[in-house]
Design a protein around this ligand. Structure first.
Ligand code: PMP
Length: 282
């Protein structure tokens, strides 16, 4: 039986209930995090909590946990109760429940929901995925990990209907990021490019780790946006997210990358990132 954490208690699915006046439900007024765990140990936990704190502060939602040590304990209990070794945590915090009104309610406590979900089958994806290109229809605060994901959903669905795995969004001719991942290309001089971590993208935890790991291992990384024209000339491409790690991109729109095979630098970065995760569970 799956156990869910809801506002301080651990419940079975039928008892894991949230008010119909929850502001996340009514207004998408909330934030979330997805955190990986392996052998019951949380991965990149500190980085996720730093981002969570930023998201909450940016939306003026009060912090529901005494500190992040107490959050870690709650999550550990939940993982234990679900007897899951490896997987992911979905954590959602909304402003709280109140009579529907656009203005922020006074004296409400945030609603917290946490549940675990299991690993996707990555076997086929690591051979390389295809991505489409779409207009970036989102707002100008993509750096906040808000639960308001409609533009991401709409574009990802359209891409999926056309047979693509992911969509890379373009604003003013610059690729910002995927609908659920960060976007990278490698040019013919072996320089790795990704959009800078500003208000136009979500600063991915995996993106951040990959940039640091790549630099430490002698790769040149430029946090500079790239265009569709740069894609047409690139040597390799990949995407990153917590749920998939590093995935080779072998086709972008109609453009076949590296003859449709994962590139050598991408494969090296995948290996280095996996080693980096394994170190955290030792
Ligand atoms: N960008 C967007 C829009 C995302 O939804 C995600 C995944 N949540 C990412 C990037 C990747 O972030 P992370 O590496 O922290 O999972």
């Amino acid at each position: 039986m799956t156990i869910y954490y809801v506002n301080g208690s651990y419940q079975s699915r039928s008892k894991a209930l949230i008010s119909v006046e929850d502001r996340g439900f009514n207004f998408s007024d909330g934030v979330y995090e997805v955190i990986g765990f392996s052998k019951q140990k949380l991965l990149n936990f500190k980085k996720h909590t730093v981002r969570l704190k930023r998201s909450l502060n940016n939306l003026n939602i009060s912090h529901p946990f005494k500190n992040f040590k107490s959050l870690e304990l709650i999550i550990s209990n939940l993982i234990n109760l679900n007897s899951t070794e490896n997987g992911f945590i979905y954590l959602q915090i909304t402003r709280g429940s109140a009579k529907r009104n656009h203005l922020f309610p006074k004296n409400v406590s945030p609603n917290v929901v946490i549940f675990t979900f299991s690993n996707k089958d990555l076997k086929n994806l690591i051979k390389g995925v295809s991505v489409g290109i779409s207009q970036d229809l989102r707002w100008l605060r993509c750096d906040i990990k808000s639960i308001s994901l409609l533009p991401n959903l709409l574009e990802k669905q359209k891409a999926s209907d056309k047979g693509f795995y992911e969509i890379w969004q373009s604003r003013n001719n610059q690729i910002t990021e995927g609908s659920t991942s960060n976007a990278f290309i490698i040019n013919t001089k072996n320089v790795i490019f990704t959009h800078p971590a500003n208000n136009l993208i979500l600063g991915g935890v995996t993106r951040d780790c990959v940039i640091n790991i790549a630099k430490r291992n002698g790769f040149l990384v430029k946090e500079k946006s790239f265009t569709i024209n740069d894609i047409q000339k690139c040597k390799e491409a990949f995407l990153t997210s917590t749920t998939v790690g590093v995935l080779p991109v072998i086709k972008i729109d109609k453009c076949i990358i590296n003859k449709g095979k994962p590139g050598n630098i991408t494969l090296k970065i995948m290996e280095l990132y996996n080693k980096y995760l394994i170190k955290q569970i030792k």
